[in-house]
Write a protein that binds this ligand. Structure first.
Ligand SMILES: [Zn+2]
Ligand SMILES: [Zn+2]
Length: 362
């Protein structure tokens, strides 16, 4: 198993970001990113893809319908080869176009809260009637930050000490995700910086509150692949998109502790002894489907690189929890199982890891 720290949501001067591609790439290297995808609004920029030392740079776009006020329903189109603006007002066709190209598509910041003091309205997803998207961006750092700009005093505190404010995905986003997966859909989750390098100004106060390198070390997605990423760009791009489509990844808040090495796996009795020996490979990993098998039971295993409060959820409800670096659970019912881990960081419990689900089928 190979693991790569990735960011799939970032802007440059080609839309509303503050820095050029080259500067943002350097910030990614500084933050230890290994995969990044540029997602400027409605703009595909050619000629940027490739390996930069150990960092794989790919292209995407964030498409939004500019005729709307505010411009809600943003869609991250990863691994596409052109801008798809002709579909901006037709979300289902946009989703289909990304799939036809062989990309991966994610609903950006599905739920939002307004920040009227800063003239920022809510820009959630408003097209839940659509289908075929790869998944949801369950945790968007800048979107969560925006939710703390309710008063001037709180905004100043949040801008200077964001670590004391950021706590995890919005509950309504997680609830929507659970609802979608319980309805039978496989929906992958990613988390992203939505980095712009913005400066927030308020009276005499002005500050570049979120330099790119800072955000790239905060909320990110860890990608899991069966083989190392190829040095060949086309092959590596295929590996990244394949892992995303299969949900072979988890959402991590690495500021609260390095999440590298987190694993969530499942084995049934048909392919693998249920009570597997330590060196037996997993049958399924997060994002995968697995059947209960002839014994009608699955062993789910969770390991974390640091001590944490580990919660295993079945269909959105906590089925087991514990504190430590591992949790095992025998599941005898079909359902959608996923993991949330929490750690104390800056004086309080904060979301640390949100896995993709393992879909246990009858
Ligand atoms: Zn957006
Ligand atoms: Zn964005």
């Amino acid at each position: 198993m190979y693991e790569y720290r990735a960011n799939f949501h970032q802007h440059t001067t080609r839309s509303d970001g503050a820095e050029t591609h080259q500067t943002v790439i350097l910030a990614g290297l500084e933050a230890g990113l290994e995969v990044m995808v540029f997602t400027d609004h409605n703009t595909h920029v050619a000629g940027q893809e490739g390996w930069h030392q150990n960092l794989l740079v790919l292209m995407g776009i964030e498409v939004n319908d500019t005729s709307q006020v505010p411009e809600h329903s943003h869609y991250l189109c990863l691994g596409v080869d052109r801008d798809l603006n002709e579909y901006a007002a037709r979300p289902q066709q946009l989703i289909n176009a990304v799939n036809d190209i062989g990309g991966a598509g994610f609903i950006a910041h599905p739920f939002e809260r307004p920040a009227p003091l800063f003239n920022e309205g809510e820009i959630p997803w408003k097209h839940w009637e659509t289908s075929g998207y790869t998944g949801l961006e369950i945790w968007n750092y800048m979107s969560e930050f925006k939710s703390f700009l309710g008063s001037k005093l709180q905004a100043v505190r949040a801008a200077w000490f964001p670590e004391y404010f950021i706590t995890g995905p919005f509950p309504e986003t997680l609830a929507r995700w659970d609802k979608l997966t319980q309805a039978g859909q496989r929906v992958a989750a990613i988390g992203g910086a939505d980095a712009h390098g913005q400066t927030y100004s308020m009276g005499p106060l002005s500050r570049t509150i979120f330099p790119y390198a800072y955000l790239f070390g905060a909320v990110r997605t860890h990608l899991l692949t069966e083989a190392p990423l190829s040095q060949n760009l086309t092959e590596a791009k295929g590996q990244v998109l394949d892992a995303l489509r299969r949900g072979h990844c988890f959402v991590a808040y690495d500021l609260a502790g390095d999440t590298t090495g987190f694993r969530f796996t499942a084995a049934n009795a048909d392919e693998q002894p249920v009570f597997a020996t330590a060196d037996a490979g997993p049958k399924a990993m997060q994002g995968d489907e697995i059947s209960l098998g002839h014994l009608q039971m699955i062993e789910l295993n969770i390991t974390t690189p640091l001590r944490a409060e580990i919660r295993l959820l079945k269909d959105g409800q906590v089925a087991a929890s514990g504190r430590g670096q591992s949790l095992s659970y025998i599941a005898s019912e079909p359902g959608v199982y996923r993991v949330e881990c929490y750690r104390v960081f800056k004086t309080r419990w904060r979301g640390w890891i949100f896995s993709n689900p393992i879909y246990v089928r009858a």
